[in-house]
Design a binder for this molecule. Structure first.
Ligand code: SF4
Ligand code: SF4
Length: 230
């Protein structure tokens, strides 16, 4: 009985929520019909930074229609728990505050797409944050933990969470406890396929991106050390 009542209430809640979203999306679509004029409006120097140009080159020119309303920030579940502020990160990027690239906060976005759903200008906010991260990595601002995962684990083993090797016995035990073979039918079971994975990662520029990021990071660290010694 309790379950039925609860389920019923939950369904009503979901229906209301859907209708709010449907209305909101309708509003967003109406707005997006006018959005072209905002994209094409005079571009002020203050929002014409190098990063803004990279957004435009990536097909994300809709950012120029941002009215700075802060709905993205107000909607962001990550922002409730961290210092990350969506609107502010984008504004800094647009106005040429390049320190945003080294700001750890931009990595706090969980790519839930809630901001994108609610933006009154129908701006692909999440895609912009992802692009901002891409630019950060291209320019050598990659977190050590991400670099380690991408380079030392993913590239080296072909897995995000490797199950081979003595250190990962717990994963094999866990698999076996569910009646699975200890190793999955991936590069772990077919090690000759690892080279193919790496060839693919080389072909799409993944490894080059990581090597370049590591090089830039090292150069920056050296320059900082030199400055400190002066
Ligand atoms: S919700 Fe959209 S219009 Fe509002 S600040 Fe965020 S990106 Fe700009
Ligand atoms: S996609 Fe990222 S920025 Fe947007 S609401 Fe979700 S966590 Fe926040």
């Amino acid at each position: 009985m309790f379950d039925q009542t609860f389920n019923c209430k939950y369904l009503v809640f979901l229906q209301n929520r859907k209708s709010i979203f449907t209305q909101h999306r309708g509003f967003g679509i109406l707005m997006s019909e006018n959005v072209e004029k905002y994209i094409k409006r005079k571009v002020y120097k203050s929002t014409n930074s190098r990063i803004a140009q990279k957004f435009v080159d990536a097909g994300l020119e809709k950012i120029r229609a941002c009215i700075n309303c802060g709905t993205c920030t107000g909607s962001c579940p990550s922002g409730r728990r961290t210092a990350y502020r969506t609107r502010s990160a984008l504004r800094r990027a647009l106005t040429g505050d390049e320190s945003v690239l080294q700001d750890i906060d931009i990595w706090m976005c969980s790519t839930c797409y809630y901001c994108y759903e609610r933006c009154p200008r129908d701006i692909p906010v999440t895609d912009l944050i992802i692009k901002l991260r891409n630019i950060a990595v291209e320019e050598g601002y990659i977190l050590d933990s991400h670099f380690g995962l991408a380079n030392d684990i993913f590239y080296a083993t072909g897995h995000g969470v490797p199950a081979n090797g003595e250190a990962n016995k717990k994963w094999r035990d866990l698999r076996e406890s569910y009646g699975l073979p200890p190793l999955p039918p991936t590069v772990h079971s077919y090690p000759e396929a690892l080279k193919e994975c790496q060839d693919l990662m080389n072909a799409v520029g993944f490894k080059k991106l990581l090597d370049n990021a590591a090089k830039l990071k090292e150069e920056r660290a050296k320059a900082e050390k030199k400055n400190e010694e002066k």
